[in-house]
Every structure is written in structure tokens, then in C-alpha cells.
Design a binder for this molecule. Structure first.
Ligand code: GTP
Ligand code: MG
Length: 468
């Protein structure tokens, strides 16, 4: 893919809508996808960091002003730099907390979609992991209001652990980090820094509970956590044109931190899977997006169960269409009339291939509802046999008429009554049987019967040659 495209945008009335062009791109991606999404406050360098993951200086568009830039969710599909046969899907999202927008509902859905769609979620913030950065993550504590796991009966009983199994791994990227990684005099790693920031306070008064809530939610929802800190990439004056600067103009420490971040993301991000451990490829990813956005638009809460069922239905229908089309194309290549043995062998081969194709693509066809429909091939074969019979009969009749007319002419000319006439008749009659196009011989027994009948009638009328 040349560059990023909008995957989910805001329509004229502010509703989320999926871009059909992005779906078209995803339909062409048969490889399993590793999906990395970035979320965080607006104007914090998210798009810039995603371009680093793409290995490109430019791609996701950056804004140099204080106004929020990225709108909706943008997608960039690239060959995975470390895993052959896999596609890396980068999702850049609209910055959260834009005061001009004043619509936190949209923010909450963007955040929920990023969680639902990604296998690795990067949370981007600036400065330090302080109470403010933590509070901005209130979307995490509200996730249970925006995502359901089970289709029915799960509303009140759903535990955090239910969510966790389907959630992405979590990476906190702290930008413009100026502090020393030291806690109580001890040098610490970035991960220890994050864990320290997520430590819970003892007590259960309101203040402690408010302090603990976002931390508790992050700990529960994202058991796999990682932290990377980044220094400011360059001087403040040059920051506005960061995407135009050569690498040599960037702080080597920033470059090193970015390289380590990219290495981790490439190495540790898994193929996106959905409930049941089903791996997602580009096509399936497209139906997931459609299904989640459709649910949000209808005013409901996206449900993991329903999304998988919807995705399976779309995939199984497509698998069935593909299998039947493969069979039809294979059998359509035969010239009718054909020998029964030829038809039967072709049917066996194409039916086997069609079933294999279906099995490769279908999934979660629990009642084998779709697989049973592949058996519709048997009916199609019966139609082909009937068609073959009809074409065969037509061919034989036309041929018979033609040869009979020739014999009739000879008969009228008395050619069969003169000396040697019987031999001539015998030869012509053998020709009737054997000069048939070999493909026309399907109905030969009937043809021979008709010939015999014709001869009997001829004999009754005392015609020459009809005594045979
Ligand atoms: N201080 C600082 N600025 C950065 C950094 N990375 C990028 N920028 C600059 O910050 C501005 C915004 O960068 P973007 O990548 O567009 O930020 P964003 O988070 O995608 O912004 P929205 O799409 O509006 O949410 C641009 O001028 C970038 O050049 C960084 O690490 N530190
Ligand atoms: Mg952006």
C-alpha cells in the first residue's frame, strides 16, 4: 500500500463510517494481520511515531499547529518487516481530548475501536507518567461500558478476566521524557518505571479509590505491559518540520529509543486473533471493522461474540461462493457431450478442490450450515449429466439424420440394389455407427436401437438393404 487511507471517518452527521476504499484494500489482503494501533492525547506525536513503525519518514500526516490533526482512524497495510507472509496493519487514531471538539463520546468509541481491532495498543503521552496522564486514560476504566464479550446474559456478570483474553498487549510510549529513570536513588528500567506508576495505594477512601481506579483497570485489562521513554527528537525550533529533517538532525538517543521501540513491536506483536483463537487476515479484519462500526452506529455496544459470528457468516458465504464458482469454472471447461467416465473424473477432481478451498477459508461453521451447501455441487453435477444427455442426444440425432439422408439418396439411386450393393450398404451402415464423433457415442446404444428399428421398418416396406 502506497500510503495510509482513512479506515473509519466521521460522516456528515458526525456518525462513524467505514471507508469502502479501505475495505476494498483489506479484501485483497489474504495474509494474517498483525495490527498495531496508537491512541493518546492530541498533538503528542502519535502519527510521527507510527511513521517510524512504517519505516518511512512521511506517511501518516502530521500537523504542525496546535490544532488536532488526524481525524477518525487511518490505516496503513505494509509487508511485516520481520515475519514473512504476514501483513502489518498500522492504525493511527484521532487524538483524544481535543478541547475544540468537545465530544468525549466520539473519543470513547475511537479508543474502544482501537482496543477491539489491535493486537498491540500503543498509548502515547507526553512528559511523565503522572496523575494527569493516568486520568486521561479514563477511557480504559470505561471500556466495560463500550465493549461486551458475550452476546447474551453477560452484561452484569462479565469479569475483567473475560475481556483480557481478547485484549491487545499494551505499550506505553512516553514522549519528551526529561527525567532520569531513578526511583528512590535506584536506577530503574522503563518497565519498572511504569509498574511504579501503576502501583496501587492502600486504603479505601474516595481519594485513594479515584487514584487507584485507572491503575487497577490498566493492570486488569492489560496484563502484558511494556514502557518506552523517548527524549525530545530535536530542538524546539525544528520540531514543526520533523518529517522533513534528515536522520542526522535527530537526537541519537531518540533514534536509539525509537529503534528499540520498533524492534519490540515487530518482535512481540501477535497476529490479531478473535474469540476462539481464530486468526484474522485482511478480509476478516475488514468484516470486523464493519461489524463493530455498524453496531456503534446502531446505538449498541460492540460485542466480541456477535462480531465473530458476523465475521464468520461473511467469510463462510464468501468461501461457499468461491468453492461453487471454482467447481462451475472447472466443469464449464469440458466440451459436451463428453464420455461419462470423463465427466465423472472431472467431477471428482473439481469437487475435491472446491471442498478444499471452502475448508481453507471457512471457519466457525459450527452446524456445518455452509459446508452442507457445498454438497449443492451434487445437484449441479446432476444438472450437468442431464445437460450432457440432452446435448448428446441432439448431436446423435443430427448426425443420424445427416447419414440417413445420404443413405436414402443412395437407396433412391438404386446403388444398394446393384451387384455389390449389399457390401456398400453394410459399409455405410457401419459408418453410421462408427463415423459418429467419438464424443457423440454417449447415446450410441439408443442410436443403434433406432437404427435397428429403422431397418425393421424398411424391411417391412421391402426396401433394399433392410434385410440386415
Ligand atoms: N515535542 C515533540 N514533538 C513531536 C514529537 N514527535 C512529533 N512531534 C511534532 O509534533 C507535532 C504533532 O505531531 P503528530 O505526529 O501530528 O501528533 P499527533 O499526536 O498525531 O496529533 P493529532 O493527530 O492531532 O492527535 C508535529 O509538528 C511533529 O513534528 C516528539 O516526540 N516531541
Ligand atoms: Mg495524528
Amino acid at each position: 500500500m502506497e500510503g495510509p487511507v482513512c479506515l473509519v471517518g466521521n460522516g456528515a452527521n458526525g456518525e462513524l463510517e467505514v471507508n469502502p476504499a479501505a475495505l476494498e484494500i483489506l479484501r485483497g489482503v489474504a495474509q494474517p494481520v498483525v495490527v498495531v494501533a496508537i491512541v493518546g492525547l492530541y498533538r503528542t506525536g502519535k502519527s510521527y511515531l507510527m511513521n517510524s513503525l512504517a519505516g518511512k519518514q512521511r506517511g501518516f500526516s502530521l500537523g504542525a499547529t496546535v490544532q488536532s490533526h488526524t481525524k477518525g482512524i487511518w490505516m496503513w497495510c505494509l509487508p511485516h518487516p520481520r515475519r514473512a507472509g504476514h501483513t502489518l496493519v498500522l492504525l493511527d487514531t484521532e487524538g483524544l481530548g481535543d478541547v475544540e471538539k468537545g465530544d468525549t463520546k466520539n473519543d470513547a468509541w475511537i479508543f474502544a475501536l482501537a482496543v477491539l481491532l489491535s493486537s498491540t495498543l500503543v498509548y502515547n503521552s507526553k512528559g511523565t507518567i503522572d496523575q494527569y496522564a493516568m486520568e486521561q486514560l479514563h477511557f480504559v476504566s470505561e471500556l466495560t461500558e463500550h465493549i461486551k464479550v458475550k452476546a447474551q446474559g453477560g452484561d452484569d456478570t462479565e469479569e475483567d478476566t473475560e475481556f483480557v483474553r481478547f485484549f491487545p498487549s499494551f505499550v506505553w510510549a512516553v514522549r519528551d521524557f526529561t527525567l532520569e529513570l531513578r526511583i528512590e536513588g535506584q536506577l530503574v528500567t522503563e518497565d519498572q518505571y511504569l509498574e511504579h506508576a501503576l502501583a496501587l495505594r492502600k486504603g479505601n477512601n474516595k481519594k485513594v479509590m479515584e487514584y487507584n481506579l485507572p491503575r487497577q483497570c490498566i493492570r486488569n485489562f492489560f496484563p502484558t505491559r511494556k514502557c518506552f521513554v523517548f527524549v525530545q527528537p530535536t530542538s524546539r525550533q525544528e520540531m514543526g518540520q520533523l518529517d522533513l529533517l534528515p536522520t542526522s538532525a535527530l537526537d541519537p538517543q531518540f533514534l536509539d529509543q525509537t529503534r528499540r521501540f520498533c524492534d519490540y513491536v515487530f518482535q512481540c506483536s501477535h497476529v490479531k486473533t478473535v474469540k476462539g483463537g481464530i486468526p484474522v487476515n485482511g478480509r476478516r479484519f475488514g468484516s470486523l471493522v464493519q461489524s463493530y462500526v455498524g453496531t456503534i452506529r446502531s446505538g449498541q455496544v460492540p460485542c466480541l461474540d456477535n462480531a465473530v459470528t458476523a465475521m464468520a457468516t461473511i467469510e463462510n458465504e464468501a468461501a461457499l461462493r468461491e468453492a461453487l464458482a471454482h467447481y462451475a469454472a472447472g466443469m464449464g471447461g469440458l466440451r459436451l457431450p463428453a464420455e461419462l467416465a470423463e465427466l465423472s473424473a472431472a467431477h471428482g477432481t473439481h469437487e475435491g478442490d472446491a471442498l478444499r478451498l471452502f475448508m481453507q477459508r471457512s471457519f466457525k461453521d459450527e452446524e456445518q450450515e455452509f459446508q452442507k451447501q457445498v454438497a449443492g455441487i451434487t445437484e449441479r453435477y446432476a444438472d450437468i449429466l442431464a445437460e450432457n444427455e440432452a446435448v448428446s442426444e441432439q448431436t446423435c440425432r443430427a448426425l443420424l439424420e445427416e447419414l440417413s439422408a445420404a443413405m436414402q439418396q443412395r437407396l433412391s439411386a438404386g446403388l444398394y440394389s446393384q451387384p455389390g450393393g449389399y457390401q456398400a450398404y453394410d459399409r455405410d451402415q457401419t459408418q453410421v455407427s462408427w463415423c459418429l464423433n467419438p464424443r457423440g457415442r454417449v447415446r450410441l446404444p439408443r442410436f443403434a436401437e433406432e437404427k435397428a428399428e429403422g431397418r425393421r421398418q424398411g424391411k417391412a416396406r421391402g426396401e433394399p438393404g433392410s434385410d440386415q
